[in-house]
Design a protein. Structure first.
Length: 296
């Protein structure tokens, strides 16, 4: 049985840990509110932009074919893995790692065997994990320290240039999609080549609509496509940012609860150990008194 000093030391240590996890939970909750507001404002814009692009592409027809919509035989693949800069977020980062590894095994096994898969790591954890397994495209391990559209745009442009030049035949993003505080879903979303947006069955027909374009509709489409691709990557980064704070808040809340349960167990052990020590001392005193009485 542990001594009273050891149990007291463990109680003090767990109490300190509980204070830290409680503080981290509060910080994550404050950051989550801002991140959640950002992604909730971003989603309608991204959806509307994709809808406008789809309508204009349908109107422009073959004249609007872009370098970003060319479908080639998939020989070289770029995977954009989006994680966080820090840990202590439960399985948040490891789920992305599993998602990338599963994607490679199930979809790009031949490309992996040929060594034709490149990873762009956004977030320090992804940079550390995939950097040990091969060269990375660019250095984006501190994107979340100053998260903005400009910081993500550079990564998007690098991926777009690689696809347009034929360096990559397919570009896929793997990230955590934010659902709520307790739920984050790993998504593998194709960024390039462009996939036609599926229109709902009851959507109004736009192919025959009478629009006036200035400049030409082809020029508008060619301008919107790069912007839409950058917005898609920025949206994925915002989703990951909100998911990170939600996962960390949940993990720290659970850690605080576990620390409380451990404290109860340690205090019970401390009281039992203290009671046993007192009982032993009483028995020793009684035994000593009896020995003195018998010696007389």
């Amino acid at each position: 049985m542990a001594s009273l000093k050891e149990v007291r030391s463990r109680i003090t240590s767990v109490q300190s840990t509980q204070q830290i996890t409680k503080a981290m939970k509060m910080v994550a909750a404050a950051k989550l509110r801002r991140a959640q507001d950002n992604i909730l404002r971003m989603r309608p814009y991204a959806q509307r932009l994709n809808s406008i692009l789809s309508n204009l592409t349908a109107l422009a027809g073959e004249e609007a074919v872009s370098d970003y919509s060319v479908v080639r035989e998939v020989r070289r693949v770029l995977i954009i893995a989006i994680t966080s800069d820090r840990g202590l977020a439960g399985a948040f980062n490891s789920n992305v790692f599993k998602g990338v590894n599963g994607l490679v095994q199930n979809r790009y096994a031949q490309q992996a065997a040929a060594g034709s898969i490149t990873v762009m790591a956004i977030g320090k954890k992804a940079h550390d994990y995939f950097g040990k397994r091969g060269p990375l495209l660019g250095d984006y391990q501190h994107v979340f320290s100053k998260l903005s559209f400009d910081t993500v745009r550079e990564a998007a442009e690098r991926a777009m240039d690689g696809f347009r030049s034929g360096q990559y035949d397919e570009v896929v993003m793997v990230y955590n999609e934010f659902r709520n505080v307790a739920t984050q879903v790993v998504r593998a979303e194709q960024l390039l080549p462009l996939v036609p947006t599926e229109q709902p069955a009851n959507a109004p027909a736009t192919a025959n609509a009478d629009y006036i374009f200035s400049p030409s509709k082809e020029e508008i489409v060619q301008t919107l496509i790069p912007q839409s691709l950058k917005v898609q990557l920025y949206k994925a980064v915002l989703e990951s940012n909100a998911s990170e704070h939600g996962a960390r808040m949940t993990a720290m809340d659970k850690a605080t609860e576990n620390a409380g349960e451990l404290l109860k167990s340690l205090k019970l052990t401390y009281n039992r150990t203290r009671q046993a020590a007192i009982t032993t001392e009483i028995l020793e005193i009684v035994g000593g008194a009896e020995a003195l009485a018998s010696s007389k």
